[in-house]
Ligand binder design. Sequence first.
Ligand code: ZN
Ligand code: ZN
Ligand code: ZN
Length: 375
Amino acid sequence: MTGSTPAPFTAADHRARMERAARSAADAGLAGLLVAPGPDMVWLTGYTPTAVTERLTVLVLTPGRDPVLVVPTLEAPDAEHAAGSSALALRDWTDGKDPYAVTAALLDDRGRFGISDNTWAMHLLGLQRALPDTSYASLTDALPMLRAVKDAAELELLAAAGAAADATFEEIRKVPFAGRRESDVGHDLAGLLRRFGHEQVDFTIVGSGPNGANPHHEVGDRVIQHGDMVVLDFGGLKDGYGSDTTRTVHVGEPTEEERRVHDIVREAQEAGYRAVRPGVACQEVDRAARAVITEAGYGAYFIHRTGHGIGVTTHEPPYMIEGEEQPLVPGMCFSVEPGIYLPGRFGVRIEDIVTVTEDGGRRLNTTTRDMVIVD
Ligand code: ZN
Ligand code: ZN
Ligand code: ZN
């Protein structure tokens, strides 16, 4: 069993996505899209090569023409399986042939193309060599909203991934923290995500005490102490769709200051969530959350954007950030995750995935946002 996402999408779904992508490319003034193996290819076709190697695999989407998947001959049988389910024409190339010439034959030799961000540089250089008069734009820059609005089936998968992450939190809050290393708790988190159905764990952040003040801290050897705040941020893919949630717990009774900071972050998260409704610009979600933290005097300690989209990856457009004027649309899914980071001391972050509905937002994470006390 290879070459397909476990998500329950049909050939018709993939065909519709490819047609929409090609239309959007034309609207953006592009001669087509070149899509490498990865999230865009999975979303568009359902196809994932068994291994991504130096051999060129690329999906060519050209407005008004049938999509073509260029594949190495040895991958063709697997690709054919995927092609059969999504009406893709295959163009295979054997070792010793020039795959860029094969691809170039499908392209307008003076066109500007959107190319997926994770395309290997050697492949883009090869195409530029084969077609020196073409030019390229980042697919994400050119069509940032291509995958942003989720359909009903995608929303169901994202909700299921969120529920699995919530189940993980309900279990992790019961394990001992004090006296164990962050990496031990991280290991527990990964095991629980898998137990609740994730096929891929993308991150398990356990930021205890001063490590919680570094939002990029993953896990380390630090032994968690009684009295520590611990930021727990974890997620991955379940049935091809992402989860990402954060709760900040405390080992034993918190101080008054720790409680106050946690309350501010919880209020900021609530304000960000309440700002979500159709037509509102993404930056308004960031502003709403940030205002609470700024008014409480901690503005300088909220050092990242408020949120990011989620879908077949755990970080994608739309971004909830100052300057992003993209209006929210029902079906978009993204995180609302304000935080306060006090260097050398502790950090607090609270994160839910939220989806835009016709009349507001709906949280896909529903575990308590009150501070949980752990042992
Ligand atoms: Zn404490
Ligand atoms: Zn997160
Ligand atoms: Zn996140």
